[in-house]
Design a protein around this ligand. Structure first.
Ligand SMILES: [Zn+2]
Length: 386
């Protein structure tokens, strides 16, 4: 068998120096300086990792499909956006329904190599969240319940060990023993959709919770000045935080404060719903009813433009949003969508260095700060070229 060696050149996303990366059999062999002339707006860096994807391009991981292969489009569309790894996110539902949704992702990975390469884990968001209106967000109240380890074990068996992350609220009495078990089994516990007290949040961190899910969203619209669960989560250095940076979910000044507090533990997620990546227009959703997607990418109830109906964004949009609005320089924004989620999910993994998996993207930065994906390489294989 011949050795397949490939090379790619671009300006490093870190410091804009011209680099050449060689890789073989899916692994980076070397990253070296190059003297060749490279367009100054072409940047090379690690592929994006999105740990919260409910759906994309009109396809929904939270709906039972007539054929699981209907879901295969999501990985392909995300490769076009520079996402080399994503975590399908299954939200609060009937436990049996969650099993079925897990099964169809297992079948998808079995039958479709491009999906199998992109889907490195599952994120279960709920049903162990707050039942309270506001923190619960759009999750159906009837299926919200206390943490149940036997259910997670069942789902984990059904998923063949694919569950890597659970978002829960520590306001339930048995939350701490549940969190400890998750941690023992290598599942990242993230706090979200919560109405927990300060002490409950401290206890959850002691038990091993290490992230806050879409911090600043899934909250009461009006909150007591203090104490409240936002200050509590901000105060804990062990907790990283994910944010939705689409221009609609969080005002810029909130992102600025989160950056100052969470530093290199602040990361991007898209939290995209199925209408992400679709043309602007009015839609009738299976869950959610009449919604409108604007040309700016805001998804809201048709009857009330101030009520968001989920995120129609992708993580590349998030990087562009941060850069365009001068909330972060390119290297930091890029890491918020790649290195940081990878580090929190796979501590100790090499990223964008010799010996790391060759998950790479080549992007062009337009004059207005929009990042456009030119080429996506997953595990050393070209999966998208513009
Ligand atoms: Zn959520």
């Amino acid at each position: 068998m011949g050795l397949l060696l490939m090379k790619i050149q671009g300006n490093s996303y870190r410091d804009s120096s011209g680099i050449e990366i060689s890789f073989s059999e899916g692994i980076i062999d070397s990253i070296s300086e190059t003297q060749s002339s490279i367009d100054k707006d072409l940047f090379l860096g690690p592929g994006f990792t999105d740990i919260q994807v409910n759906g994309y391009g009109g396809i929904d991981y939270n709906e039972i499909q007539s054929d699981p292969m209907n879901l295969a489009g999501i990985s392909r569309l995300l490769y076009q956006e520079g996402v080399t790894t994503h975590f399908p996110t299954i939200i609060t539902n009937d436990p049996g329904q969650i099993s079925k949704l897990i099964h169809q992702i297992v079948s998808l990975r079995k039958g479709d190599e491009l999906s199998r390469m992109s889907i490195e884990g599952l994120h279960i968001e709920g049903p162990f969240i707050s039942p309270v209106d506001g923190p619960r967000g759009a999750h159906p109240k009837e299926f919200v319940r206390a943490p149940d380890w036997s259910l997670v074990q069942k789902w984990q068996n059904e998923s063949k060990g694919l569950i890597k992350m659970i978002t829960l609220s520590p306001e339930w009495e048995n939350a701490n023993s549940f969190i400890e078990r998750c941690v023992d089994y290598g599942i990242l516990v993230s706090i979200g959709h919560t109405n927990a007290t300060h002490q409950q949040i401290l206890d959850a961190v002691s038990a091993g919770a290490r992230l806050s899910t879409h911090l600043g969203n899934g909250m009461h619209p009006i909150l007591a000045r203090h104490p409240n669960y936002l200050w509590s989560q901000l105060s804990q250095d062990l907790l990283g935080a994910s944010i939705i940076a689409d221009g609609f979910h969080l005002p810029a000044e909130v992102i600025q404060v989160f950056q100052k507090v969470k530093n290199e533990k602040l990361l991007l997620v898209s939290d995209s719903v199925s209408l992400a990546g679709m043309p602007a227009g009015d839609y009738n959703l299976h869950i959610g009813g009449e919604v409108t997607l604007t040309s700016e990418g805001k998804l809201h109830l048709t009857s009330n433009s101030s009520i968001l109906a989920g995120s129609a964004s992708n993580i590349r949009n998030g990087v562009s949003f941060l850069v365009k609005n001068k909330l972060a320089l390119l290297p930091e924004a890029w890491e918020m969508a790649s290195v940081r989620p990878e580090k929190i999910l796979n501590p100790g993994h090499k990223i964008f260095e010799e010996g790391a998996i060759a998950d790479l993207i080549l992007c062009r930065m337009s004059e207005n700060g929009e990042l456009q994906v030119i080429k996506t390489i997953k595990h050393g294989r070209e999966v998208y070229s513009a």
